[in-house]
Design a protein around this ligand. Structure first.
Ligand code: IPE
Ligand code: IPE
Ligand code: MG
Length: 247
């Protein structure tokens, strides 16, 4: 029995979010430059998307570049942006064959023009796909997202489009970058770091966390399936007692 066979098809998470971490350490371990690790991370993305598609996951969000990552050395940032353009260019056709739709969350305007153009092209190319929705978090951070949401809410209140008394958690959902996307049931972080690094803070309020020591360039669909099996063995109580869930 393979790890894939162990997955219960009726208990799949709709949305899985992944903090893809450990590229630099993976490269350093073999005496290579950090960018070598980023390059190899693309194969992990390919395998993970394929794995998610094969079992019918609806949403996969990949944290690819954070607001904070702009503080990295210029050479690394430039190399990452270049890699992004190349990967989107090379993978779009294959994504289409897999019926994958693409979208992004993050500060689009802060991205270099060539990244913006390539992203728009790919999103448009894949807009009619109806399978997995792949969400790329690019120049994204949760504090950025929530700040933007608050600004829009304040403006709508000022313009009389929104009444303060009507603001509730569902209204807030509508002002976030993730509007229309269900909250992730499962959040995975690779590389052994036990932190969230400004990712989806609002949306992971009740997510199950799965931390693995595997470095991102070593991550494959089998690792995804292991995480899903682990998730399926958990009891999600949402504040209730175990007994309430049984009855
Ligand atoms: C994750 O790997 C990729 C990005 C954050 C862009 P890192 O580059 O953070 O690799 P480590 O954590 O330094 O090993
Ligand atoms: C988080 O990884 C961001 C992404 C995976 C894109 P980092 O490597 O930037 O996180 P920290 O700074 O070590 O927490
Ligand atoms: Mg890191």
């Amino acid at each position: 029995m393979t790890i894939k066979d162990k997955i219960q098809k009726d208990k799949l998470p709709k949305h899985i979010a992944i903090i893809m971490d450990g590229n630099g350490r993976w490269a350093a371990k073999q005496g290579n430059q950090r960018i070598f690790g980023h390059e190899h991370g693309v194969e992990s993305v390919r395998s993970t998307v394929e794995g998610a598609t094969e079992i019918g996951i609806q949403y996969l969000t990949l944290y690819a570049f954070s607001t904070e990552n702009w503080s990295r050395p210029h050479d690394e940032v430039n190399a990452l942006m270049g890699l992004l353009v190349q990967a989107i260019n090379d993978e779009t056709e294959k994504l289409k064959e897999q019926n994958v739709r693409l979208t992004m969350i993050g500060d689009f305007a802060s991205l270099p023009k060539d990244v913006q153009t390539k992203l728009n092209w790919s999103i448009n190319e894949l807009s009619k796909c109806t399978g997995l929705t792949l969400v790329l978090a690019l120049s994204y951070s949760s504090k950025w997202e929530i700040t933007e949401a608050i600004k829009k809410i304040a403006q709508d209140v000022k313009d009389d489009k929104l009444q303060i008394d009507n603001i509730d958690k569902d209204i807030l959902d509508n002002y976030l970058a993730t509007v229309g996307i269900p909250d992730p049931e499962l959040l995975i972080r690779t590389s052994g770091e036990n932190r969230i690094s400004n990712f989806l803070l609002w949306q992971i309020a009740y997510s199950e966390f799965y931390f693995t020591p595997v470095l991102w360039p070593d991550f494959r669909k089998e690792n995804l399936y292991e995480a899903i099996c682990d998730y399926q063995n958990r009891e999600r109580r949402f504040g209730k007692t175990s007994q309430q869930l049984v009855s």
